[in-house]
Ligand binder design. Structure first.
Ligand SMILES: Nc1ncnc2c1ncn2[C@@H]1O[C@H](COP(=O)(O)OP(=O)(O)OP(=O)(O)O)[C@@H](O)[C@H]1O
Length: 333
């Protein structure tokens, strides 16, 4: 086992409001979390904004001390010895400004040196990761002068450089274009395949979650509400399909079938079932009947588009009772 978490509890204390700002209540951001991550797997943490994902990974990396519970990484107790984390894992936080003044090249080289590589080895590792992530053109520029996506990519390069048996990446691809995202996932996958590196990954992006992750823990309000393979999680909602309807302007609610569907759309409001775009989760037969109703009758003129899809992790998340406002974040990211 690379990483074991038992009974993890972390409460951020209440804060008094200052200068007219409202007081904030205490938040139990980790509420009794148990997790086991095995060697060589890409383990995802999925959940809405504020679910407690970053709080969890910051405790996994020794940066935040839990109130209760145990964190063991590669045999080390990181609650008692948080300083050991730096030797064991490569961490990419949500916003990393520490490297801002350095050039991409120096950021990678310095990190490699800090991880114990000799000068020559550090330079070789630097060149390899810059090439691997397609950063060659911007290698000589300081991070603070790069675009958001390039900057993030440079931080990924620094997180990956050197040989760490565990990588903890908090939304590594946020703000990146598809080419950069693909390069990051390929780099992660290569480390897993060639070196047996284990990866713990926070992501909002459901598509990514389905393609790169071996297992996923779904977090909600500081608790793990499900943990399985993407396929295993999807089996939870296998008897449903997702129907999306897009209306040209206002939905024709005077058509009885449409008015009836609105109720189902509101039940799925979390996924955007209001306004012009409706998302419905229905048993296959009901979805077929709904399509017949909106494409065959007077509603058709008002319909712009529709799609029918098998369930995604997002549907699983909703079926598990995830919060409405969070699901949006899951889809967009
Ligand atoms: N330093 C802090 N002080 C007080 N409360 C905090 C602090 N950091 C996080 N929180 C609260 O703890 C909860 C969990 O936050 P956390 O950042 O772990 O969530 P997250 O799942 O990573 O969210 P996101 O997807 O938005 O990054 C939230 O309610 C948040 O407001």
């Amino acid at each position: 086992m690379v990483c074991t978490v038992r009974g993890l509890v972390k409460t951020y204390p209440a804060a008094r409001g200052r200068r007219g700002a409202p007081a904030t209540p205490a938040v139990r951001a980790s509420d009794g979390i148990d997790l086991d991550v095995v060697r060589g797997e890409v383990f995802g943490l999925l959940g809405p904004n504020g679910a407690g994902k970053s709080t969890l990974v910051r405790q996994l990396t020794g940066l935040l001390r839990p109130d209760e519970g145990r964190v063991r990484v590669l045999g080390h107790d990181l609650v008692r010895h948080p300083e050991r984390a730096a030797r064991l894992l490569g961490y990419l936080g949500q916003d990393s400004t520490a490297l801002d003044e350095l050039t991409v090249s120096l950021a990678a080289e310095t990190t490699a040196r800090l991880r114990g590589l000799e000068t020559r080895a550090a330079r070789a590792a630097r060149d390899a990761v810059i090439e691997e992530l397609g950063l060659g053109e911007v290698a000589g520029r300081p991070l603070k002068k790069l675009s958001g996506g390039q900057r993030r990519l440079a931080c990924v390069a620094a997180a990956l450089v050197g040989e760490r048996p565990l990588l903890v990446l908090d939304e590594p691809t946020s703000g990146m274009d598809p080419v950069a995202r693909r390069a990051v996932w390929a780099a992660v996958d290569r480390r897993r395949a060639e070196r047996g590196v284990t990866v713990v990954l926070v992501t909002h992006n459901v598509i990514e979650a389905e393609t790169v992750l071996d297992r996923v823990a779904v977090l909600d309000r500081g608790r793990v509400i499900a943990c399985d393979t993407p396929a295993g999680l999807k089996a939870l909602v296998a008897d449903e399909v997702r129907l999306e309807l897009v209306w040209r302007t206002e939905p024709p609610l005077d058509v009885p079938e449409v008015a009836a569907l609105r109720k189902a759309a509101e039940a799925c409001r979390a996924a955007g079932g209001s306004g012009r775009r409706w998302t419905l989760r229905l048993p296959p037969d009901d979805a077929r009947a709904a399509i017949a109703a909106v494409t065959g009758g007077p509603a058709f003129a008002a319909l712009d588009d529709f799609t029918l899809a098998t369930p995604s992790l997002e549907d699983v998340y909703l079926a598990l009772g995830g919060r409405a406002e969070g699901a949006d974040g899951l889809v967009k990211a």
